[in-house]
Write a protein that binds this ligand. Structure first.
Ligand code: NDP
Length: 253
């Protein structure tokens, strides 16, 4: 997407990013902060989140708040407690980017380990549902809130070997569509972004033999993440955006 975000696109906005400790989520947090947002960072590693918060302050951003929170093991009650803590910090949430994700096994369905299958569903689908549900009241208090889920090309067309991950991304697209229909006509917009093959550790686990130098970096795909988070997309809801339109899915070439 050739979107040129104004420097002040996210001024006055309070935005939460999950998976903010690494990969695309980390880059999105740094990018949103550079465009004026105040960040709430969620990830499972406190030390990695602290580094991201430090980078935000080094680049002149507003101080970020961080929550070390394990999306794999958290109970529904813990999501509510997290939302209460956030409600003590802010009266509204202008944006929520669900970037945390788990790849699981690349193996045929016949060989997928049921425990790993459940873990992928927990982090990629159930956590997105529970966190969204807990934070909806704060999102609805913002004037033009944006809720973003992370999809994948294998969440639109099944591909052999992608097992739980593929199925979880279909469910993510479904969650986005159901929510978008429920909030149609309201001020809350709900969309997905499919980043397309991007140079992160998840990608390296999925395609260990590819030449990663041929992949876009998280920084390269930020125009889409800015567009969907900022007010220029306020009339778009129920859309699954491609951060790399036209890219053919599969190994980099
Ligand atoms: P990374 O593996 O680089 O980062 C994943 C992030 O999720 C990390 O911050 C990780 O934390 C966090 N996370 C994982 N498990 C948990 C958990 N149990 N609790 C809290 N946080 C957790 O992935 P990417 O940045 O590549 O992917 C971001 C999103 O984009 C994902 O949803 C992915 O499915 C999707 N995507 C990525 C593509 C790509 O090519 N990179 C292509 C298509 C979709 P920690 O730092 O502790 O590991």
């Amino acid at each position: 997407m050739h979107y040129q975000a104004p420097r002040d696109l996210l001024n006055q906005k309070i935005i939460m990013v999950t998976g903010a400790s690494d990969g695309i989520g980390k880059e999105a947090a740094l990018t949103y902060a550079r465009h004026g947002a105040q960040l709430i960072l969620l990830g499972r590693s406190e030390s990695k989140l602290k580094q991201v918060a430090q980078e935000i302050s080094q680049q002149g951003g507003q101080p970020a708040t961080l929550f070390a929170f394990d999306l794999l093991t958290a109970t529904p009650e813990e999501y509510q407690t997290l939302a209460e803590k956030i409600a003590h910090l802010t009266d509204r949430l202008d944006g929520l980017l669900h970037s945390a994700g788990l790849l699981g096994e690349i193996a045929p369905i016949a060989e997928q380990d049921p425990i790993q299958w459940q873990q992928v569903m927990q982090v990629n689908v159930n956590a997105g549902f529970m966190l969204t549900q807990a934070l909806l009241p704060l999102l609805l208090k913002a004037s033009s809130p944006s809720l973003i889920f992370s999809s994948s090309s294998v969440g639109r067309k099944g591909r052999r070997g992608w097992g739980a991950y593929s199925v979880s991304k279909f469910a993510t697209e479904g969650l986005m569509q159901v929510l978008a229909d429920e909030y149609q006509g309201s001020h809350l917009r709900i969309n997905c972004i499919n980043p397309g093959g991007t140079r992160t550790s998840m990608r390296a686990s999925a395609f260990p033999d590819e030449n990663s130098a041929l992949l876009k970096t998280p920084a390269d795909i930020m125009p889409t993440y800015l567009y969907v988070m900022g007010n220029d997309s306020r009339h778009e809801s129920g859309v699954s955006f491609d951060a790399q339109p036209g890219r053919v899915a599969g190994p980099a070439q």
